[in-house]
Design a protein around this ligand. Structure first.
Ligand code: ZN
Length: 470
């Protein structure tokens, strides 16, 4: 395949030229290439050519209480491709006491229908004598080099303080990366009980039960443990000003001590936010209506001031990644499980198809970030942090031929009626966006062209990784 007249945008800069893809990888990039017999040609004139986006935080077919997130690996990755995302990272959640490796092989089976490339993080959902060894096997034998711990949800996947420290010690030992969901479970449960007792059962009260303080306190505690154990941590879905302030402080401490031979350098920490925290705010919780359940997400949407702080943190490089935390549930039949008790509403929303268009519209079009930084946030940084770079995350010779032909002038309106998410509600219903893919190439094949998907179930490959540090 030959892509002509490409204005290539990488995180590190731009160039113009022709791109030749062969056997799924980028073979050549030159100012001008001559087509060879039988070569498929695509004219990229007038558009930008970006590396396929990497979404490091999605939950397809996730079992939650009595239901399952509405997109499976087939529908979710179809939506991803249509939006310009060609690699996703999802999670394995071992049941209490279940062998991590067994849970991994079950999850691999579920993921085998994916139409784009994928990798898995291992949730450290329980901790016992044999867990450290199972983590080692994940990293060294299975190519699973990132883990996730929850400070929230103590009754299910959450782990306590002592366990968290033990996990971090093993993370450090293995040269792996620990993602952490930071919210203080006890405070949330206490607030939930009080709200329900007072008859405040509507979906809007989900947000009252999970204030910024519950997130910030957990962030501070987790960063303290990271410092003690020297584990590399990645804080998922940071949503508020206080959290990014804590993150910025920790990153400055690291920068201040790195290379100085100081006895205890600051922890190596990274932060992610999600697209919904950048474009939606807590005004959606102003009504007692059950429709508000659409916006039951954890953490919940925050104030305009928090949103502004997140944008600042993206501009300053404090936050490194914009993901989706894609985890849709239909209002009908799923979110409805929480009628009369907001605690029973499955939390999450859809975004895998919309992330790029929304970040382009609200980030690049507004002048907050440039196209190169856009590419870094949605593709290069997640590829680097999760051990996929330079195979993913860059348009370069030798990288996988995952390319997005991006039309910065394309306009459309987001809606549940037209999205490919398997969900009856859109978080962004009626939002006008600018910027969309016209063509998407994954593994050297044209998989999306002018609104038409040409994907094949199971075409995605599992990406096994190696630890970044040892
Ligand atoms: Zn998540």
């Amino acid at each position: 395949m030959l892509i002509r007249d490409a204005e290539i945008v990488n995180a590190g800069g731009r160039r113009h030229g022709d791109i030749r893809c062969r056997e799924g990888v980028i073979l050549q990039i030159e100012d001008r290439l001559t087509a060879e017999p039988g070569e498929e040609e695509i004219d990229a004139g007038g558009r930008l050519v970006l590396p396929g986006a990497v979404d490091p935080h999605v939950h397809l077919a996730l079992e939650v209480a009595q239901t399952r997130s509405a997109d499976d690996f087939l529908t979710g990755t179809r939506a991803a491709i249509a939006g310009g995302t060609t690699t996703i990272l999802d999670f394995v959640h071992p049941r209490e006491g279940q062998d991590y490796l067994e849970a991994l092989s079950e999850r691999r089976e579920e993921a085998s229908t994916a139409v784009c490339d994928w990798a898995l993080h291992m949730a450290v959902s329980w901790w016992g004598e044999e867990t450290a060894e199972m983590m080692r096997r994940c990293v060294q034998d299975e190519g699973v080099t990132s883990f996730k711990a929850y400070t929230a949800y103590q009754e299910t996947v959450g782990i306590g303080d002592a366990e968290l420290c033990a996990v971090m010690e093993q993370i450090h030992h293995l040269g792996a990366l620990l993602m952490v969901h930071c919210e203080e479970d006890e405070e949330i449960q206490r607030r939930q009980r009080a709200l329900i007792a007072a008859g405040r059962t509507a979906p809007r009260h989900h947000a009252d039960a999970r204030p910024c303080s519950a997130e910030v306190d957990a962030v501070r505690r987790v960063l303290g443990h990271a410092r003690e154990t020297a584990a590399e941590v990645y804080l998922v879905h940071l949503s508020c000003q206080g959290s990014v302030a804590e993150l910025a402080r920790a990153r400055r401490a690291r920068a201040g001590t790195a290379g100085t031979g100081a006895a205890s350098p600051g922890p190596l920490v990274h932060g992610e936010t999600c697209i919904h925290y950048l474009v939606l705010d807590d005004s959606v919780y102003a009504s007692d209506d059950f429709e508000v359940a659409t916006y039951v997400l954890s953490p919940p949407l925050r104030s305009g001031a928090d949103q502004a702080a997140l944008w600042d943190a993206l501009q300053e490089g404090v936050l490194e990644v914009v993901s989706t935390d894609h985890c849709p549930f239909n209002l009908k039949g799923q979110k409805e499980l929480g009628r009369g008790d907001f605690r029973r509403i499955p939390g999450g929303g859809a975004g895998i198809q919309d992330r790029l268009s929304l970040l382009w519209t609200h980030g690049v079009e507004t002048g907050r970030i440039g196209p190169e930084r856009f590419v870094e946030l949605v593709s290069t940084a997640p590829a680097r942090l999760f051990g996929l770079y330079p195979r993913k995350g860059e348009v370069a010779v030798g990288s996988d031929a995952d390319l997005v032909l991006w039309d910065p002038a394309a306009e459309r309106t987001l809606s549940a009626r037209t999205h490919l998410h398997h969900c009856d509600r859109s978080l962004y219903e009626g939002f006008r966006v600018r910027g969309a893919p016209t063509h998407v190439i994954a593994g050297g094949k044209l998989v999306y062209a002018e609104g038409e998907l040409r994907v094949e179930a199971g075409a995605g490959r599992e990406l096994r990784r190696r630890p970044q540090r040892s």
